[in-house]
Write a protein that binds this ligand. Structure first.
Ligand code: PLP
Length: 358
């Protein structure tokens, strides 16, 4: 079966097999990876190797810290204003879909949020042109959602925000293509799409930003303390960290982000042409220039056929195609671990279904 889940998402089979074989006994530790101390030399080595592989995969510059934190992207969205905005200081949010709204909502209890731009008026099918964005005076940062997982809208260019640090939620597109991290103040992502299993997040933070005082906060919510403790201020999610390391190494072995950029471009082209070439049987409503390469929402012309589409696709081994309830219709998530053969199988099914029901 091919799993098109938006997240937690499909992981590469070789990664799952390695994890399975190491689950009862991890190397010579005499215990499984989830049963050993995070402070012992065995796990410290796993953690360091994961960071080193991630730095290589994403070409992380040395003046950026890499943090592995518990929780999801939403946790990061709540920690960012605490760490990087001073009391009373506003921050800008560019809203291009559901997750941009979530990010702003997490910040609202602690700072004055300001909407620099929004595509709400067209139901998040586009990205407002950069020259229409307006920033608050003394803004702490500008937050964008690099890829809107639900609305299927993706930034294809990194916006220039001048001296205001750009913070980007890359939860659903990290490692999908080469990225110039130096253009960002912070890049963060929950792991459960392209990096590994849910429960751990990655934050790549320009070190000078860590000198900002931020808001009064508990030590455990302080990025500086986390960095000082090498992301082990308390017990880290060791299994998730280990799995992330395996998955990142798999991506390196497959050829790295340049190779995944090529594969992802081919997969997205295949799926969008199945939609656009269906004579209107299927449609995607996102402005073509900002269509997501990772999450492809689509609708059937005849909504009454949705149930049959879902039942028959599932029976054909094409899983989790139901769209998010905020948008409706269908959605296929095609992250790095989804092989081209899976997308081809979906495109073939869609064509066959359209022929039988058109
Ligand atoms: N941001 C984006 C772009 C997402 O896709 C998601 C989850 O799907 C989130 C944030 C929220 O992540 P989490 O559930 O890990 O908090």
């Amino acid at each position: 079966a091919w799993n098109f889940s938006a997240g937690p998402a499909t992981l590469p089979e070789p990664v799952l097999r390695t994890a399975q074989s190491e689950m009862l006994e991890w190397r010579d530790a005499g215990a499984s990876i989830v049963e050993i101390s995070h402070r012992g030399p065995e796990f410290m080595e796993v953690a360091a190797a994961a960071e080193s592989a991630l730095r290589t995969l994403l070409s992380v510059p040395t003046d950026y810290a890499v943090l592995f934190t518990q929780g999801g992207a939403t946790t990061q969205q709540a920690l960012i204003p605490l760490n990087f905005a001073a009391p009373g200081q506003p921050a800008d949010y560019v809203i291009t879909g559901h997750w941009g709204k979530t990010a702003m909502k997490q910040a609202q209890p602690v700072i004055a949020t300001h909407v620099a731009a929004t595509s709400e008026a067209d139901n998040y099918r586009s990205i407002p042109a950069r020259d229409t964005w307006q920033f608050a005076a003394d803004s702490a940062y500008v937050h964008i959602t690099a890829n809107e997982t639900i609305h299927g809208v993706e930034f294809r260019d990194i916006p220039d925000t001048g001296d205001i640090p750009l913070i980007a939620d890359f939860s659903s597109s990290i490692a999908s293509e080469p990225l110039d991290i130096s253009k960002f103040g912070i890049v963060y992502a929950g792991a459960q799409k392209n990096l590994g299993p849910v429960g751990i997040s990655v934050a790549i933070v320009r070190r000078d930003l860590l000198e900002r005082a931020g808001q009064p906060r508990a030590d455990i919510f302080d990025y500086r303390s986390q960095l000082k403790a090498e992301s082990m201020l308390n017990t880290p999610p060791t299994w998730n960290w280990y799995m992330l390391g395996l998955n990142v190494q798999w991506m390196l072995d497959e050829g790295g982000v340049a190779e995944f950029a090529r594969r992802n471009a081919r997969k997205a082209a295949l799926l969008y042409s199945a939609i656009d070439g269906s004579g209107g049987f299927y449609r995607n409503e996102v402005q073509p220039a900002v269509r997501s390469r990772m999450n492809v929402p689509f609708f059937l012309r005849d909504e009454a056929l949705e149930k049959a589409f879902l039942a028959e696709s599932k029976a054909a081994g094409l899983l989790a195609l139901k769209g998010h309830r905020a948008v409706g219709g269908m959605r296929a998530s095609i992250y790095n671990a989804m092989p081209e053969a899976g997308v081809q199988a979906l495109a073939d099914f869609m064509q066959d279904f359209a022929t039988r029901n058109g």
